[in-house]
Design a binder for this molecule. Structure first.
Ligand code: NIG
Ligand code: FE
Length: 423
């Protein structure tokens, strides 16, 4: 092994590993007792992977004589894994600040959608926008997420609803991967809404016969690298049968299933996801007890989105019931023109106050379990040897300040580090 390393963070008051035995996810008990080292240090190698993490004295003698490109004295500060955002819609043009006013005045999400606004408004603007325009706004949003501590983020298409615009959105995500350090897991979400003038059957046929084959071709040619497939399974959007057909077709192409379910109405989405071997189902505000049981049995994770329930004044996702049942609970910001939030610390705060999660549970949900929901928990989500060196240096003597304080996190997050590089 070479004797030069990329980064040495020494003498941190706390190093929060989250877990340290190679776990791919945590359920309630594991989430409640996170692995924390008091007075710890950590070393990242030139390959961007964690080489050692442990007691400060032990690491100091282990690495005596080694050289480091960067040394950070973290006295009085804390280290935690980089935050992972399990659900966002960050590629679009056409914000909906006017609609926020309508919703504050009492209009529901579906009333706005069915009046041809909501997602349809953003679709019209996104179809007209150039790749450059979309890339520029996407980069601003991703930089904002980075500053709030997100080091890996799931990003969806879904404001095209036809082949060309969906592919344009995915191509923009591909370009962002080349130009920013943040990790991106891409999701094809052509079934985000039924396009104006089409029936569900027509929209489903277009996805199965036109969009997915078009996507497959671009993936085979190496133009696009897409990880997940998503459908908005909801009353008045895609019903259970069309959802099943689209998700299965995506799975047959090698995509991971990660979809919107049981948000506004109980649709049996949770049972469907469990049956299809989905990696993740998001929202679940209206999940039934049977749905929770099916998810717990199948190891399909729940990506809960506290911002949606907050903004739309929906019932809170049943985090406690899911945790008690043994469901793998993750968190996401749901950043989109309806829920304009780029901050996972804010999401964790809402999860604690409104969904009654503990701070330890919220951090596990926003790290190792969010990594699991993206099929990346072998390499991301905890500070363990051989995992990617993605971490945050928190400028306080207890890591929980990141959740306890709400707003103004730029002051608290001293450094965001990806693959051992300060970004
Ligand atoms: O996850 N529920 C569907 N999709 C998004 C909202 C997208 C939008 O309104 O533009 C969500 O909240
Ligand atoms: Fe969403």
């Amino acid at each position: 092994m070479s004797n030069t390393f990329r980064l040495y963070i020494k003498n941190a008051k706390q190093v929060v590993l989250v877990c340290n035995s190679g776990e791919r996810y945590l359920t309630k008990d594991g989430m409640q007792k996170l692995s924390v080292i008091e007075n710890g240090s950590l070393v990242v190698g030139k390959d961007g992977l964690v080489k050692a993490v442990g007691q400060a004295d032990t690491i100091a003698s282990q690495f005596e004589g080694a050289s480091f490109e960067n040394v950070i004295d973290a006295s009085g500060m804390c280290v935690i894994p980089g935050l992972i955002d399990g659900h966002t819609h960050p590629v679009w043009a056409g914000d909906r600040v006017h609609e926020f006013a309508l919703k504050l005045a009492g209009a529901t999400y579906m009333e706005v959608h069915q009046a041809g606004e909501g997602i349809h408004f953003t679709v019209e603007h996104t179809r007209q926008a150039s790749e450059d325009e979309l890339l520029s706004s996407l980069k601003q949003r991703l930089r904002r997420m980075l500053r709030a501590g997100t080091t890996l983020v799931e990003c969806k298409s879904g404001y095209g609803l036809e082949l060309d615009t969906e592919m344009k959105m995915l191509a923009v995500l591909e370009k962002a991967k080349q130009s920013l350090p943040i990790g991106i897991s891409s999701t094809y979400c052509g079934a985000h809404a039924v396009p104006k003038g089409k029936t569900v059957a027509e929209a489903t046929e277009d996805i199965l016969k036109v969009q997915l084959p078009g996507l497959r071709e671009k993936m085979v040619q190496g133009e696009l690298k897409v990880d997940n497939i998503d459908v908005f399974c909801e009353k008045g959007v895609f019903d259970l049968d069309s959802t099943r057909a689209i998700l299965q077709a995506g799975k047959d192409m090698g995509l991971q299933i990660n979809f919107h379910g049981d948000e506004l109405h109980p649709m049996n989405s949770a049972q469907l996801g469990a049956e299809l071997g989905a990696l993740a189902i998001s929202h679940l505000e209206e999940v039934t007890n049977e749905g929770i049981a099916a998810m717990a049995k199948s190891k399909t994770s729940a990506v809960l989105l506290p911002t949606t329930a907050y903004i739309l004044r929906l019932p809170q996702p049943r985090a406690r019931d899911m945790l008690e049942a043994g469901v793998i609970v993750a968190l996401g910001s749901d950043f989109n023109p309806n829920a304009y939030c780029c901050s996972m610390p804010m999401v964790m705060h809402l999860a604690c106050v409104n969904m009654r999660m503990s701070m330890n549970e919220a951090l596990a949900a926003a790290t190792i379990n969010a990594a699991y929901s993206l099929g990346k928990s072998h390499s991301h989500g905890s500070l363990e040897v051989n995992k990617q060196g993605d971490l945050l240096l928190i400028n306080s003597s207890r890591w929980e300040h990141l959740i306890y304080q709400f707003g103004g996190h730029q002051e608290l997050i001293k450094y965001v580090i990806i693959k051992g590089n300060i970004v």
